[in-house]
Design a protein around this ligand. Sequence first.
Ligand code: PLP
Length: 440
Amino acid sequence: MKVTNLDDRIHVLDAETDVWKVVRDIAESRVQEEAFYVCDIGDIVHKHREWKLKMPRVEPHYAVKCNDSLTVLEVLAALHLGFDCASKAEINKILELGVEPNRIIFANPAKPASHIRHAAALGVDTMTFDNETELHKIKSLYPAAKLVIRIRCDATLAQCQLGMKFGCNAVTEAPHLLQVAQSLGLDVVGVSFHVGSGCGDPQAFHRAIASAKMVFDVGTNLGFNFHLLDIGGGYPGNKGTSIDKIAEVVNSALDEYFPDPELVRVIAEPGRFYVASAYILATNIHSKREILNGEDVTHIMYYINDGVYGSFNSLLYDHSHVTPIPLNAHLSKLVPSSVWGPTCDGLDQVVEKALLPVMSVGDWIVFEDMGAYTLPVASPFNGFPVPKVHVVANESIWIMLKDLTPLTEDHFVMGNTPANLCMGLDIGGRGSIQDWAIPL
Ligand code: PLP
């Protein structure tokens, strides 16, 4: 597959360059003023390795909604993940990569009719439901679909709860829904749940898998051939977090309730786990206001060029918290500070209170863990552009990925220093590591 947008190419870094050096080089290039991202493909590949190691029985189907960047999707397709799509546009995006329809789960329990028709036309046959109306809709639009009943099981602690909107009660609603499906002649093949995004209650997976087993038994007694368990999303992805505890709970609950991998295929819909930590965002201080008490500065307000209408929409919609990292922490005393986005809205506050060293206009503030639920929602409100993403990978990641479809040699570019990239001096695209070693 050809790369249509040259900005989407993955820049291969030499052995001396890491992601932080890329951030620093671009920020200090003297031509860069706009906020920008650096996305490290290696981080995504490492996450996948971690997933395979820790939950070998669970096949990840990446939740496209979390970050639908073309390069991220291509990398995940190359790693042979499946995909969780919520709409016809997401389905198109994945199929255009050459991914087979059977690697997609249409995991939206309330689907517009035209989207169901679209899935039917393209053969994306596995889809979730949690209510009777949806069953009738599917009966009339895609009677051959393979249905997955979504049950509700909420984590006691989660960054974003989903249970108030989706998931039927496993005891009081699921049996009736399965009877309706049976009377309509529909094929229900399994059970799904989502305990809540950013799950802080690993035991929720045990409760949910136990409930799923109950629903499996009801389905089997009704004569359905249940063989799919979808354990949803919820796995944390920020630096310093771990899926160890969740993996331990999931693996032991699977052993307890679904011990035979020949009988039940287990999939999941991780989003933030795969992408959160791969993205670093660098923002520039364009204005500054000091609050005085007499001669003393009691508080400093920094205005940066990305805010809650842009990348930091995640503060509102994803209930995230961000930590400002001054790129050049001068040795100065720490002053109570706040960080504000660039728009004229008072709501546009990125950090309410932090102790920060004194910084100047032109200095950079960097934020880690910005890959999940940020860019797909960001808008250029007030005329402040959504930051550009520089995608990078080291040599070993390049060598591993370059021939894995849909990636090709063409997706990678060598021979650019990060600073000449942002100056528009893109001399790369030579396609071999030997060429890349030629001094410029
Ligand atoms: N699956 C569904 C149906 C979702 O709604 C979401 C997120 O909202 C996800 C998967 C991804 O969740 P997470 O990013 O917590 O893994």
